[in-house]
Design a protein around this ligand. Structure first.
Ligand code: CA2
Length: 149
C-alpha cells in the first residue's frame, strides 16, 4: 500500500459552507473530506485544516517523511508565505495546488501564488468539486510514477 495523500487546508476553510456561499459554495469541510475519501478509494488520505502557518509547514514536513502526494489549498498563505514555498520545495512527490474559486478572476492580490512555483498542477474555479477531481488526478500521477520506477 502506498503512503497516504496529504490533503492540507489553510486558514478560514473550516468556515466552508457557512459564509460567502456565492464564492465558496454550500458544501462544508466535513463533506469535502467525505468526498475526498470516496474519490481516494483504498488509497489512504490524511485530511487536515489549520488556521496556523506554522502548523501547515509542520504538516508539509510530516508529508515529506510519510506522504506520497500533497493536495494543498493554502488559502491566504498562497499569496504570502515564502516559508510554505520553502517547505514544499523539499517534497519529492507530486503537489496539487487547489483553490475553490478561480483566483485569477478575483482581486489582484489573489493573482500571484508562491505555491504555483512548486506545484505539479493547479486546480482553481471548480468549486468544492475540485477536491474529488484533485484526488483522482493525484491517484493517476502516483500510478504513473510507480509504473516508471
Ligand atoms: O478559492 C479558494 O479556495 C481560496 O484558496 C480560498 C481563500 C482565498 O484566500 C484564496 O484566494 C482562494 C480564502 C478562504 C476563506 O475561507 C472561507 C471559507 C468559507 C467562507 C468564507 C471564507
Amino acid at each position: 500500500m502506498t503512503k497516504p495523500i496529504y490533503i492540507l487546508n489553510g486558514p478560514n476553510l473550516n468556515r466552508l459552507g457557512k459564509r460567502e456561499p456565492e464564492i465558496y459554495g454550500k458544501t462544508t469541510l466535513a463533506e469535502v473530506e467525505a468526498i475526498c475519501r470516496e474519490a481516494a478509494g483504498p488509497q489512504a488520505v490524511e485530511f487536515r485544516q489549520t488556521n496556523s502557518e506554522t502548523q501547515l509547514i509542520d504538516w508539509v514536513h510530516e508529508a515529506i517523511d510519510e506522504g506520497s502526494g500533497i493536495i494543498i489549498n493554502p488559502a491566504a498563505y498562497t499569496f504570502t508565505s515564502l516559508a510554505l514555498l520553502d517547505a514544499l520545495k523539499m517534497f519529492p512527490g507530486p503537489i496539487i495546488e487547489l483553490h475553490i474559486s478561480n483566483i485569477h478572476r478575483r482581486e489582484a492580490y489573489y493573482h500571484h501564488s508562491y505555491v504555483s512555483k512548486v506545484a505539479t498542477s493547479v486546480i482553481a474555479g471548480l468549486g468544492t468539486d475540485g477536491y474529488g477531481i484533485a484526488v483522482g488526478a493525484m491517484n493517476d500521477l502516483l500510478k504513473k510514477r510507480k509504473a516508471e520506477t
